[in-house]
Design a protein around this ligand. Structure first.
Ligand SMILES: [Zn+2]
Ligand SMILES: [Zn+2]
Length: 424
C-alpha cells in the first residue's frame, strides 16, 4: 500500500489527485503471538514493562474492554514510551520459521510496510524498505540487537510504491555491500515515479497536520490532544527524514525469476503477472515453506490505484500453486495459512465483477458506491473475512475516534477498479 500517509482524516489516499500511490487500505492485524526472539531487550523500569509482558497484559486483560483501535493506539504509544527518543522500535518481529522472520510495522502516522527477514549462512536478505530511511535504520538496529550480526547483503523491493522503497538508502549507508533486487518493471516504475510520489507524500503533510490541529483544538479530551500532537510530531519527522532522500534504484533486475542460493535455503524471486502493480515480485523460500508477497497479498484491503483488477486474481492463483504455509505480506499480520490470501483474492474478483456490471449498465462511480455495499459483497461476508478486516483495520488508519466505516474503503476500491478496469 501505499497510500499516502494515511491517517487521520481519511484514509489514505484516496485521492486521486495525488499521485502517490497507494493507499492503503488497510491491513490490519494483530499480533498473534509475540513470543519470538526479538522482543526481549527492552529496558525494564518501574514504569515500563518489558514489551513481551506489556503485550501479554494488553492482550490478556488490562485493556480487555478497549476497542481494537484503542489497542493499536496504546500499543504504538507504548512502543515509543518504552524507548524514548529516536530509538523507539518501529517493528514487532516474529519468527515465522527457522531463519525466517516477519517484521510487522507498528502503526505510524505515515505508513510503513512490513519487512521479511531471511537469515542465511553468512548474510541477511531483507524484503522491502518502508517509507523512510529512519524506519529501515530502525529495522537494521532491531535485527542486530535481537536476531543476528550478519550483514544485510540484499534488499528486495517487491514493487515500486513509496512505502516499500524510500528506506533503501539506509542500507547503503551501513557501509556493507548491498544489492537491491526488483523486477525490471519495478525498476522502470521507480525511475518514473519514485521521486514524484515521494514529493507528493511530503506535500500532503501540511494539510494533514492542519486537520489534526483542528481536531485537537475542538477536542476536550487530553488524550485526544496528546494523540494529535504525537501524530503531528511523527509527520514532521517524516518530512525531515525525507529531506535527504536519494533514489536507490534496483541494481539487479529480472523479468520472470531470479534465484539466491545459499546453504541455509534458497530464495526464489518470481514474477507471476500483474496484480497490485505491473511489477509485483514474490519471494519464495521452499525449504521453509514461506513466501513474502508485498502488497499483492496482505492483511489489509487491497490498494488498487495502480492495480490490474482483471489480472490480479489469476496472478494469486499462479502463486498459490507453490507449496507454502507462512505468508509474509507487505501490511497486516503474519499469516500461517492461506485463508486471508484467498479471501482478498476473492474480494478483488467479486468487486471487479460488480464494477464491470455497473459500468455495462451505464452507472456512474457514485451510483456504484451506493449500490455495491459491504453487506452485498459475498466475498467480504464469506470465511469471516470482514471480521478479520475489522480487527486489522485500525492499524492502517491510526486515528483517535471511531473507525470509519468499511464502506469508505470499499468505495475507494470501486473508484480505483473503475479507473483501471481496462488495464492490461
Ligand atoms: Zn504498501
Ligand atoms: Zn503498494
Amino acid at each position: 500500500m501505499n497510500d499516502p500517509l494515511h491517517h487521520a482524516h481519511h484514509d489514505h489516499s484516496h485521492d486521486h489527485s495525488h499521485p502517490h500511490g497507494h493507499a492503503h487500505a488497510h491491513d490490519h492485524e494483530h499480533p498473534h503471538r509475540h513470543e519470538t526472539a526479538s522482543t526481549s531487550h527492552h529496558v525494564e523500569t518501574a514504569k515500563t514493562l518489558p514489551r513481551r509482558d506489556f503485550l501479554r497484559v494488553l492482550m490478556g486483560g488490562a485493556l480487555a474492554g478497549a476497542s481494537v483501535m484503542e489497542l493499536a493506539y496504546h500499543r504504538a504509544a507504548w512502543a515509543r514510551a518504552a524507548a524514548p527518543g529516536a530509538h523507539a522500535d518501529l517493528f514487532d518481529i516474529h519468527q515465522a520459521a527457522p531463519g525466517v522472520y516477519f517484521a510487522h510495522a507498528l502503526p505510524q502516522a505515515v505508513i510503513n510496510c512490513n519487512a521479511a527477514i531471511f537469515v542465511r549462512s553468512k548474510d541477511v536478505v531483507i524484503v522491502d524498505a518502508h517509507s523512510k530511511p529512519s524506519a529501515a535504520a530502525s529495522l537494521i538496529r532491531q535485527i542486530k540487537r535481537d536476531i543476528t550480526d550478519k550483514p544485510v547483503r540484499y534488499v528486495v523491493n517487491t514493487h515500486f510504491h513509496w512505502d516499500h522503497t524510500q528506506g533503501n538508502q539506509a542500507y547503503t549507508k551501513t557501509g556493507d555491500k548491498v544489492d537491491f533486487i526488483a523486477t525490471a518493471a519495478t525498476q522502470q516504475l521507480m525511475s518514473d515515479f519514485a521521486v514524484v510520489r515521494m514529493k507528493a507524500s511530503v506535500d500532503a503533510i501540511p494539510e494533514q497536520i492542519e486537520a489534526l490541529r483542528a481536531e485537537a483544538a475542538k477536542s476536550k479530551s487530553a488524550q485526544e490532544k496528546s494523540f494529535c500532537a504525537d501524530q503531528i510530531r511523527q509527520m514532521q519527522a517524516y518530512v525531515a527524514d525525507l529531506k535527504d532522500y536519494s533514489l536507490e534504484l534496483p541494481t539487479i533486475t529480472f523479468d520472470k525469476s531470479y534465484t539466491l542460493q545459499d546453504p541455509a535455503f534458497d530464495l526464489n524471486l518470481e514474477f507471476h503477472g500483474q496484480a497490485h502493480t505491473a511489477g509485483d515480485l514474490f519471494v519464495f523460500c521452499p525449504q521453509q515453506r514461506a513466501v513474502a508477497t508485498g502488497d499483492a497479498s496482505h492483511g489489509w484491503l487491497p490498494f488498487i490505484g495502480d492495480g490490474f483488477p482483471h489480472h490480479w486474481p489469476g496472478t494469486i492463483d499462479e502463486v498459490a500453486r507453490a507449496d507454502f504455509k507462512h505468508i509474509l505480506g507487505g501490511h497486516g499480520p503474519l499469516q500461517s495459512d492461506r485463508s486471508v490470501m484467498m479471501n482478498q483474492r476473492n474480494y478483488i474478483e467479486d468487486l471487479t465483477g460488480r464494477v464491470e456490471e455497473g459500468r455495462n449498465a451505464g452507472q456512474s462511480v457514485a451510483e456504484m458506491q451506493k449500490r455495491i455495499t459491504v453487506g452485498s459483497l459475498h466475498s467480504l461476508q464469506a470465511n469471516e473475512y470482514i471480521d478479520f478486516l475489522a480487527k486489522t483495520l485500525p492499524e492502517s488508519h491510526l486515528r483517535f475516534g471511531p473507525q470509519p466505516p468499511l464502506q469508505d474503503e470499499v468505495n475507494v476500491n470501486i473508484a480505483d477498479i473503475y479507473k483501471n478496469l481496462d488495464r492490461t
